[in-house]
Structures are given as C-alpha cells and as structure tokens.
Design a protein around this ligand. Structure first.
Ligand code: F6R
Length: 243
C-alpha cells in the first residue's frame, strides 16, 4: 500500500484527479469506480474544472460504477446515489447517463440485485480505478464493521449511526432509508487500483486502523492492505494518528 501524506484537502483533490485522469488517458474506455459522500466532492469539482477548461481527457468511452445505492427512494430522488453522482460528476464530464451504473434498488427485483450488479461489473471488464472514502468507523461503501472481507454486492440494513450521519442529506432522520445495496469488500478488492482519499481530523483514527492496524472485519477499510495496488491520499489532519 502506498500512503501519501499531503498537507491540504485541495492537494488530495488535485492528486486524486491526476490519478483518475491518467487512467483515462491510458485507457480511454476506462471503467471508473465512484464513491459518493463529501470527501470526493473537491476531486469531482477539480475534474470538471479541468474538463471545462479543455485540459482533461475525453470521457466519451468511460463507464462508471457506483459503490452503493439506497433502497426505498422513489426513482430520480435527489439523494439517490445515481442522481447524486450525475449531479456531482458525470454530467459535468459529459458522460452519457447510460454509461453510469449503480446497484438496482427496484424492490421487486432485490433478490437478484447483487448478482446482477456483479455480472455487470465483470461484463465491463472490471473496475480500473476505484475511488473510495472511509467512514469514521472504518466502513468502506456501506460495509460496516463486521462485514465479511470476502463479501459481494448485497442488501444491508443501515446502522443507527450511519442513518444519523446521513440525516443531514435528507433533512430528518425519519426520511433516511433503512436499507441499501452495497458492493462488498470482495467486490472492491477486485478493482485493479484502489484510491482511498481521507480528509479531516474525524478520519484520523479510522485511517490509522486501516493502514497500520490488523486486517480485520472490525475495520473494513483494512482490506486495502490485502490489495496489490492501493493508494491512500491524506491531508494532514487525516494522517495525524499515523505512527
Ligand atoms: C460513499 C460511501 C461511503 C463514504 C463514507 C465517507 O459511496 O460508500 O463509504 O465514502 O461514508 O463519507 P464522507 O466522504 O461523506 O465522509
């Protein structure tokens, strides 16, 4: 694992954007794995800024796969991760919505949603670079502590803590869905390059556990230690608990 301690969150965003752009320049039909949440937003803004300035690569052939999706929101809901990623990134890069995928939250077909999403990713040739954020409890995507290190895309019940954390996006706790579909840790490990970004003091303990602690389901992000090509970009506060 390559750990890159930087100073500011802007530097993290610039370097993460460099990694993603380099992948798309090398492989114009790259498969990008995308995360939602607040951490990637500066990276997404930087990619869009470069694209609009004519400095970025063409994203016409790129395909994108989101890490996770809420279950129980009406289609097109502004907090659905498919809508969020279009708003925050892919529309701004001119990527056709048909090339952006997430787990299918249709409640009539939930039983097969995990398997269908795994097949879709495999059919696209697998993810070239997977951008990841980390939860303050070490979660990756919606794989909370205790998740199997070999898990694949599946339905999960959100913990009370994660629902409370995400209430800020929904205006109130009652509106936060109780279930999600999430890529598993095993799914994430299949990506060819994992790019974890973490900023802010609130992530320092989780980052230290993920990078320096034992590989354990009690810190899902510690699976990065099992991957042959994992990069961790940190601002100074997020790196503060590293030895
Ligand atoms: C996002 C995701 C989550 C977030 C994590 C950190 O698709 O799956 O694991 O990466 O909760 O969220 P932020 O970046 O908002 O601190």
């Amino acid at each position: 694992m390559e750990v890159v301690p930087l100073t500011t969150a802007e530097q993290v965003a610039v370097l993460a954007a460099d990694v993603i752009e380099a992948q798309v320049r090398r492989t114009p039909a790259a498969v990008l794995g995308l995360a939602t949440g607040s951490t990637p937003l500066p990276t997404y803004r930087e990619l869009i800024r470069r694209h609009r300035a004519g400095a970025g690569p063409s994203y016409d052939e790129v395909r994108c796969f989101n890490l996770d999706e809420y279950v129980g929101l009406p289609p097109g809901h502004e907090q659905s991760y498919l809508v969020t990623i279009a708003r925050e990134l892919t529309d701004g890069l001119g990527i056709d919505p048909g090339r952006v995928h997430g787990p299918d939250p249709d409640e009539d077909r939930l039983a097969t949603a995990g398997e269908r999403y795994e097949s879709l990713i495999v059919g696209a040739g697998g993810v070239d670079v997977q951008l990841l954020g980390i939860g303050s409890d070490g979660h990756l995507a919606f794989n909370e502590p205790g998740s199997s290190l070999a898990s694949l895309t599946r339905l999960k019940t959100l913990t009370a803590q994660t629902r409370a954390d995400n209430a800020r996006f929904f205006g109130s706790l009652e509106k936060v869905p109780r279930h999600v579909l999430t890529q598993g840790l095993g799914t994430i490990l299949r990506a060819r390059h994992l790019l974890l970004i973490a900023t802010g003091a609130g992530k320092a303990e989780a980052v230290a556990a993920a990078v320096e602690g034992p590989v354990s389901a009690s810190c899902p992000a510690s699976v990065l230690q099992l991957h042959r090509h994992a990069t961790v970009l940190l601002d100074e506060p997020a790196a503060a608990a590293l030895a």
